[in-house]
Write a protein that binds this ligand. Structure first.
Ligand code: DHB
Length: 498
């Protein structure tokens, strides 16, 4: 242990002088070089040109500066994941662009809580699945700065068998990336006070968590351990597609939502287990104290109606209104459960569930008995690959006196957006939210995003939530609208036509 000499009258930090001179100066030196390592070099770029097709189908030639930051932390555990790339547009369709005050899209590419590396990337990815223009490319073509951060993920294991990417590594890394950008205010291109995070599924959950938990002291020891820059990790806005968050309540929420839907095999999931979880969910919803206009308190009894009227019917209405008369008639003939009247779609929750069809996951869907789910691995620790993280599943397996590992409650809080919005309301959270999902997405319960939306509205935040009708997991059908929304909420007038 270090001996310290306390000098009266000085602040605690200044007074804590290490007694051993050599160790002290060595540490001071390493602190200086660590700080230097976190200085962004505005001149260290390559210039690249890419053709980007915008949301209206128009192609743009974009010249941009591409920066590779070897690590956004001073003590990386694995720099292959704890690194980031920055893309800054300088010329669009032959016209010079000044992105120095532009919003920054912080686009994570996490899926399945797996590790995500950008270290080998040599430029922006202009097109993604099916040849569609990526969200990042649309943002770049709109004149925004795009930052792509890597992050550790659950499967990473070192030579001694230690899992070093399990919870809370990914969110700690994304926070460290934000701190890196903010500590480089004025050096890093773009407006670091207008960072907008985006992500899909596990990445959507992390995006919403990044926004919900901004500047929470809970993460401090983890950030300190990896040498994160000394700056705020609060962000301005969140884009979250099908966020797989609130993991410790997902099993019960899933049965409340999809309990009566058959599995892909055609069989029902175990209905006794399903009913138990569904019953438990009623207590949980009550404990959240959610309220919504026209409903008062949201409970397990009116949540279906809330979801139906707030999201599902408007989603179907938008979809049907966008069809030609003949296509709409054909769709309605094939789907007689929908009443189309006065330009509005209506139907029952039960018919909606039948329409969605097979549930993707069995029961329990997240904290599975065999501990083979991504989430069991996410809550692994040390050399233990996977653990139970709900008392319900643990006790089903190990008996009624079983106890969760002591560190689990804190890990759950560190990973759950709702913790920072309900249990401990974080005033430093993001106030602008873009939430998107497909109505056919059965990777988690519709109440996960539904409750997130309800809570944010209740807190008075600016929330733009919409469901894509008949779309599945990971859908993004209005990326151009998202890019426009970034401009609107950040008050940025791009010189680029969109
Ligand atoms: C993802 C999907 C899941 O069903 C899940 O449990 C976790 C993550 C994903 O697509 O990222």
């Amino acid at each position: 242990m270090q001996r310290r000499t306390v000098v009266k009258g000085l602040s605690a930090a200044a007074a804590a002088v290490p007694a051993v001179g050599f160790a002290s100066s060595a540490r001071a030196a390493s602190r200086v070089s660590a700080a230097d390592a976190l200085v962004f070099d505005p001149s260290a770029y390559t210039e690249q040109t890419v053709t980007i097709t915008d949301a209206t189908g128009t192609a743009h030639e974009v010249v941009y500066r591409f920066y590779k930051v070897a690590s956004y932390v001073a003590n990386p555990v694995d720099a292959a994941y704890q690194s980031l790339n920055v893309c800054v547009p300088v010329k669009i369709d032959g016209t010079a662009v000044d992105a120095s005050g532009a919003p920054i899209l912080l686009a994570n590419a996490v899926g399945g809580y797996m590790p995500s590396s950008v270290a080998a990337k040599t430029g922006i990815t202009a097109t993604g699945m099916g040849g569609a223009t990526t969200r990042q490319a649309l943002a770049l073509a709109a004149g925004y700065v795009v930052v792509e951060p890597g992050a550790r993920g659950r499967t990473l294991v070192d030579a001694s068998g230690v899992y070093y990417g399990v919870a809370p590594a990914a969110i700690v890394d994304l926070k460290a990336a934000v701190r890196y950008l903010k500590s480089n205010k004025g050096r890093v291109p773009g407006n670091v006070n207008r960072i907008v995070s985006s992500g899909v599924s596990a990445g959507g959950a992390l995006s919403s968590l990044l926004g919900a938990s901004g500047d929470s002291p809970l993460y401090e020891p983890y950030l300190e351990a990896i040498g994160a820059a000394d700056a705020s990790d609060g962000i301005f806005a969140v884009g979250a597609w099908c966020p797989i968050t609130d993991l410790e309540h997902s099993d019960m929420a899933y049965e409340w939502c999809w309990g009566g839907n058959k599995l892909a095999s055609g069989a029902l999931a175990d209905q006794a287990l399903s009913a138990e979880l569904k019953t438990a969910y009623a207590d949980h919803v009550a404990s959240l104290g959610l309220r919504a206009k026209g409903y008062g308190r949201l409970t397990a009894r009116n949540l279906d109606d809330y979801l139906l009227r707030t999201f599902m019917e408007p989603s179907a209405t938008k979809y049907l209104a966008g069809l030609s008369d003949s296509a709409r008639s054909a769709y309605l003939a094939a789907n007689p459960f929908i009443t189309w009247s006065g330009g509005k779609a209506s139907f029952t929750w039960a018919d909606f569930l039948t329409h969605v069809g097979a549930r993707r996951k069995s029961v329990p869907s997240f904290d599975t008995f065999d501990m083979a789910s991504p989430e069991n691995n996410l809550f692994g620790t040390g050399t233990t690959r996977a653990r139970h993280f709900t008392l319900w599943s643990l006790r089903k397996q190990n008996g009624d006196s079983a106890r969760l590992d002591e560190d689990i409650p804190e890990k759950l809080a560190l990973m759950n957006s709702m913790y920072h919005l309900v249990d401990k309301v974080n005033s430093k959270r993001t106030k602008h939210w873009w939430i998107r999902l497909g109505t056919n997405d059965t990777d988690t319960s519709h109440t996960i995003a539904g409750n997130l939306h309800a809570r944010l509205v209740q807190l008075g935040d600016d929330v733009n939530t919409s469901y894509y009708w008949d779309a599945g997991h990971g859908a993004d059908q209005d990326p151009g609208d998202f890019v426009r929304w970034i401009g609107e909420v950040s008050g940025y007038r791009s010189k680029v036509r969109q």
